[in-house]
Ligand binder design. Structure first.
Ligand code: ADP
Ligand code: ASP
Ligand code: MG
Length: 422
């Protein structure tokens, strides 16, 4: 008997009809002789709607109470799904994150899993039942409080359960047929990828391809969990995320795995920094105090006549206000002239293990953007990724032209089965 963990995203359980459709699929998997654990997200855009509601009540909701509110979304979905499965004649039991043993640290809104004790899930399986677990949520033993794992965190719940239960596969069901070479909502010519290495998927997820949540990919890589991303709207094979593509009978790795875009970042420029040793260290020590995730950093060449330089960096928009405030407070100490804040940037990342050995990739990327009249504002590279910052309103066009330039366009249009893209 195989043990399969199936995770259904919000777009797959958006309404009562969808819940019944998913229930049928789960029943078929169980009847085919598999043990089935289901992880479910909140219905449709419930999480966003609850977040909007909280922000209407207070601009900065309390972390503990926000987690209490948001976790209600997954509870609704899990109970409805269990009811639907029972009505089809199979036993099903739903569990909250804490009942399922998802133990986390105490960080509200971005808790990390520290232990998984799925005894009740295991017992339900032993009784022949389907276990349904609410995604995205956990429990901290120290505070006794409910936590959430960060947006998109149901993927992590599924992977963590798959690892703890020794599942044969972790299936991630969503509203597209798998992982594509770019977001099919932005690039209709995006091509479905049959197999991708976890290394490349990590880079794509980090760069904004929200089809998989980065922490789920990391967790799967560390624990050797095989991920299968596929559509809940048909039975097509999706995309396998594998730790190593060794043994695949490709003669050469494809140059490019995919392109991701991210509109959630902003850019801060520290203008007129004295060009003397120690200033970058001082600035980023201050910035570290806000616990923000700094990404690209660029320091301009100092104009010899002024002896001053500008330092720009990108960070999540959500951290923008806090970082501006702590830098402003240290303005006299650091001795810079001014701060500039720009939240109209977009970041494009081109990812591929094959680019390690290929010198022409940057030139081709920059040429494609130049020919489309798109200005590049910042550049950063890693072994298997090149990222550029452009204006936010040109980012989708940028992704399309780069996709085309690297010969990734498919002949047929990608299908998006559901979801609102929110
Ligand atoms: P779910 O509700 O199932 O968790 P998400 O909205 O989190 O779904 O993720 C699926 C969406 O991810 C797709 O509808 C698609 O628009 C987007 N996406 C972004 N990049 C990619 C990519 N490279 N391949 C597939 N989907 C992508
Ligand atoms: N419902 C949560 C969210 O929208 C978790 C998830 O869907 O993975 O972020
Ligand atoms: Mg998701």
């Amino acid at each position: 008997m195989s043990l399969i963990v199936q995770k259904y995203g919000g777009s797959s359980v958006a309404d009562a009809e969808s819940i019944k459709r998913v229930a049928k699929r789960i029943v078929e998997t169980r009847k085919a002789g598999n043990e089935v654990v289901v992880v479910v997200s909140a219905m449709g855009d419930t999480t966003d709607e609850l977040m909007d509601l909280a922000n209407e009540v207070v601009p900065q909701p309390d972390g503990r109470e926000l987690d209490m509110l948001l976790t209600a979304g997954e509870r609704i979905a899990m109970a409805l799904l269990a009811m639907a499965i029972k009505s089809l004649g199979l036993d099903a039991r739903s569990y909250t994150g804490s009942q399922a043993g998802m133990i986390t640290d105490a960080r509200h809104g971005s808790a990390r899993i520290v232990d998984v004790t799925p005894d009740r899930v295991r017992a339900a399986l032993d009784d022949g039942a389907v276990a349904i677990v609410a995604g995205f949520q956990g429990f901290n033993r120290g505070t006794g409080d409910i936590t959430t794992l960060g947006r998109g965190g149901s993927d992590t719940t599924a992977v963590a359960l798959a690892a703890a239960l020794g599942a044969d596969v972790c299936e991630i069901y969503t509203d597209v047929d798998g992982i594509f070479t770019a977001d099919p909502r932005v690039v209709p010519a995006a091509r479905k990828i049959d197999r991708i290495s976890s290394e490349e998927m990590l880079e794509l997820a980090a760069a904004g391809a929200k089809v998989l949540y980065i922490r789920a990919v990391e967790y799967a890589r560390r624990h050797g969990v095989t991920l299968h991303v596929r559509s809940s709207f048909n039975n097509h094979e999706g995309t396998l995320v594998l730790n190593s593509l060794d043994g695949e009978n490709t003669v050469e790795e494809p140059l490019i795995a995919g392109i991701a875009a991210d509109l959630s970042e902003a850019k801060i420029t520290v203008v007129g920094v004295p060009d003397i040793p120690g200033k970058a260290a001082q600035i980023f020590t201050i910035v570290a105090g806000a616990n923000a995730n700094i990404d690209m950093i660029v320091q301009n060449v100092s104009a010899a006549s002024t002896g001053r330089t500008d330092i720009s960096f990108t960070l999540p928009k959500a951290d923008g206000a806090a970082v501006l405030a702590i830098l402003e407070a240290e303005k006299a100490n650091v001795g810079f002239d001014a701060l500039e804040y720009d939240d109209q940037i977009g970041k494009l990342a081109l990812v591929g293990a094959g680019m390690r050995t290929n010198a022409g990739v940057s030139a081709k990327l920059f040429t494609a953007l130049f020919e489309a009249g798109i200005n590049i504002e910042m550049i950063s590279t890693s072994e298997i990724r090149i990222s550029v910052v452009t204006r936010a309103d040109t980012i989708n066009e940028a992704v399309r032209v780069v996709h085309h330039a690297f010969g990734l366009d498919a002949e047929t249009e990608a299908v998006v089965h559901g979801g609102t893209g929110r």
